[in-house]
Design a protein around this ligand. Structure first.
Ligand code: URA
Length: 246
């Protein structure tokens, strides 16, 4: 919804100057609205539809950047909308009005750590293969895989004509008919973990991502989320060497 505000207030909100100082800048003829200098006080503008310039540069209100870590339940799709009407991950975000986008995706039948943000630059970088964000999963697989098969997954196997990059695997627990395995991968190919285990004859029964990069789910309950704190952000921005914004 668009809203009109006083020009000097808008300049102050955008961090150009205090309201008082902004009035002086306006009087000096340094501010234009839709290409015309405004040097009188009291002019109201609508920043959603009008172009405001100060000293020839656009004045844009930076939206607050929001980052959350969601524990996605099974049965939710990781898209902004679903033509089939299934529940989508953003249905779980109650108290945030901003439009958030998932960073990467988890399958409908996978549970676990999903980062959501309105920071498009960060989202793009984190998904780019060159940043090799590590993803940590716990997979409950059918049967008892042999050591040599787990080693082959660690080294990389050919899936759909392309070798997977090195992975790390640790057996966490052996049950009578299944095995719980922690696997860390750095790629994000479609259903990659499931395909890797299926390729060695041990399909995945249950898959949970316990960490995305340095962000561990820890005690976030299924279906809940937490906002990332300064420390989390410092870590992820450092890892992908982006300038951290306030
Ligand atoms: N690998 C999979 O098989 N599924 C996911 O959701 C994520 C990684």
């Amino acid at each position: 919804m668009s809203q009109s505000i006083r020009l000097q207030k808008y300049l102050a909100q955008c961090g150009i100057a205090s309201r008082r100082k902004a009035e002086i800048l306006i009087a000096e003829g340094r501010v234009s609205v839709d290409g015309r200098i405004v040097d009188t006080m009291g002019v109201k503008i609508d920043p959603e539809v009008q172009n405001i310039f100060f000293d020839g540069k656009p004045v844009i209100l930076e939206k607050e950047k929001i980052y959350i870590l969601l524990n996605k339940p099974v049965g939710y799709v990781t898209t902004a909308a679903d033509p089939q009407g299934r529940p989508i991950v953003t249905d779980l975000i109650g108290d945030i009005d901003e439009r958030l986008f998932p960073v990467g995706r988890l399958d409908l039948d996978t549970q676990g750590a999903l980062l959501l943000t309105n920071d498009g630059e960060l989202a793009q970088k984190m998904q780019h293969p060159s940043f090799e964000v590590k993803k940590t999963y716990e997979a409950l697989v059918v049967g008892k895989p042999k050591k040599k098969d787990l080693v082959s997954l660690e080294k990389g196997i050919v899936l759909e004509g392309k070798k997977t990059s090195p992975a790390q695997l640790v057996v966490i627990k052996k049950f009578s008919a299944s095995t719980l395995i922690r696997i860390i991968i750095h790629e994000g190919r479609k259903r990659q973990v499931r395909k890797m285990f299926a390729a060695i004859g041990h399909p995945v029964n249950r898959l949970k991502r316990i960490a995305y990069g340095s962000l561990y789910l820890k005690n976030i309950p299924e279906g809940s989320y937490r906002r990332l704190n300064k420390q989390d952000l410092k870590k992820i921005f450092k890892n992908i060497s982006l300038q951290m914004k306030k």
